[in-house]
Design a protein around this ligand. Structure first.
Ligand code: PLP
Length: 418
């Protein structure tokens, strides 16, 4: 949870033009984090063996707004796409080739065709997709396969339970997958895994790297296949709760580097590029859902009724996720009151917070709900006919630009055949 980069007076200036609710994203915060994040991995070799081989493919689904994507691209990130529409967004932005990795599952052929057309790196989710891709759209030169480590021999508490996840190849299938891909004409290979989400333990990412490095060595030994990059997936967590601590990139980087030195280098497999595909950590902490208190209700419990609702932020209702809340103008007051902070949907889980301690709140107060810069607006839905809200960008010069307008009732009725 970050400090809010605006105060009540500033937001009152914004609401004069853009009524609540809206998400607002902090450009300066996104940029400075991106530099720190990428900078931590400056030792990673590129294909020629010199530095600069680290790349984070920003997971587009986290915040698929081209203004934000442009900012993270300017900071040196590529993109992880998972659907046709996300690929079309890339096309409209003029981004193509190996700046994009396409990671999908249960993928229809037309999505692979689009990925191929853009020259994106295709990351296959299953053994049967090797033949499917070759048959439907042709095997590209460069192909990546997604590994699901399943029941790891030594049982790894950090990695959790990938056996229950629908993604990826088993270990044995991977060997067959690379063999088949080579038979279909692939000449360049990547290896991917992603087995956790919102993980705050830096050691987790080091373990993941070690598992992939060991596989890279075994693939070389058993098949003669030389992997050119490993993709550790996304999933770096963010401290949603005030008592949580952000992942220390220096620890992650140093741990991965030492695994590289002890596994990849002695096997003669250097240079191997190391890439990731984080979304949440890149933009999550730099977004706030700003909503006004429209009603207060006192029955068996005390409720605040906002003009924002689940359509704008699903995570609390969907996973019981914690999002910190600041009452603008009351930052220094003691949190003496207990509230359920609710939206207006006919769903009892339309709550941004349950039993949250806040300063006394009045109708008309403006709340900033933290960490909505990833899996926030993009996860919204239109149940109950609720339009999704606008997205604003707080630019580096402190001016505010609307980067997506709010949906209207007309937008929602547009697809009906009358
Ligand atoms: C969702 C997803 C990501 C991004 O996850 P974050 O938690 O936003 O970092 C990356 N890769 C794949 C395959 C995903 O499904």
């Amino acid at each position: 949870m970050n400090n809010v980069p605006f105060d009540k007076t500033f937001i009152e200036g914004v609401t004069a033009e853009h009524p609540t609710p809206f998400h607002i994203y902090d450009e300066a915060g996104i940029r400075s984090h991106a530099r720190r994040f990428i900078g931590a991995f400056d030792w990673v070799p590129n294909a020629n063996g010199s530095a600069g081989g680290f790349l984070n493919y920003y997971a587009v689904k986290a915040l698929p707004n081209p203004h934000i994507l442009q900012i993270v691209h300017e900071e040196g990130m590529g993109f992880d796409c998972s659907s046709f529409t996300e690929l079309v967004l890339m096309e409209k932005m003029g981004i193509s080739g190996e700046q994009i990795i396409f990671t999908s599952n249960a993928t229809p052929a037309y999505e692979y065709a689009k990925a191929r057309e853009l020259g994106a790196i295709i990351n296959l989710d299953d053994l049967t997709h090797v033949d499917y891709l070759a048959r439907e759209v042709g095997m590209p030169d460069l192909i990546c396969l997604r590994y699901n480590p399943g029941p790891l021999k030594e049982g790894n508490v950090i990695i959790g339970n990938p056996e229950e996840a629908k993604y990826g190849f088993t270990r044995e299938q991977l060997f067959e997958g690379y063999r088949k891909a080579r038979d279909h004409g692939a000449t360049r290979f990547g290896l991917h895994t992603m087995v956790a989400s919102n993980e705050l333990n830096p050691e987790y990412f080091v373990e993941t790297a070690q598992i992939l490095f060991d596989l890279v060595v075994e693939l070389k030994e058993r098949l003669g296949i030389r992997i050119e990059f490993v993709n550790l997936g996304g999933g770096i967590g963010i401290p949603y709760r005030p008592e949580q601590v952000a992942v220390d990139y220096q620890i992650v980087s140093a741990g991965i580097r030492s695994a590289y030195e002890s596994t990849i280098r002695p096997a003669g497999l250097d240079p191997l590029r190391v890439v990731m595909e984080n979304g949440r950590v890149v933009t999550g902490p730099y977004g706030w859902l700003v909503a006004s208190v429209v009603h207060r209700k006192d029955i068996y419990k005390h409720y605040l009724g906002l003009d924002g609702n689940m359509a704008h932020l699903m995570r609390p209702g969907m996973y019981g996720a914690y999002h910190h809340i600041t009452v603008l103008g009351k930052e220094d007051q003691a949190a003496t009151h207990l509230y359920d902070v609710t939206g207006s949907l006919c769903e009892n889980n339309d709550k941004f917070a349950i039993d949250r301690s806040l300063p006394p709140v009045e109708v008309g107060d403006i709340l900033a709900i933290h960490d909505t810069g990833a899996h926030g607006h993009s996860m919204g839905f239109n149940y109950n006919g609720k339009p999704r809200c606008a997205e604003l960008l707080l630019q580096e010069d402190r001016t505010v630009k609307m980067i997506r307008r709010a949906e209207t009732t007309e937008d929602l009725l547009q697809t009906i055949i009358w």
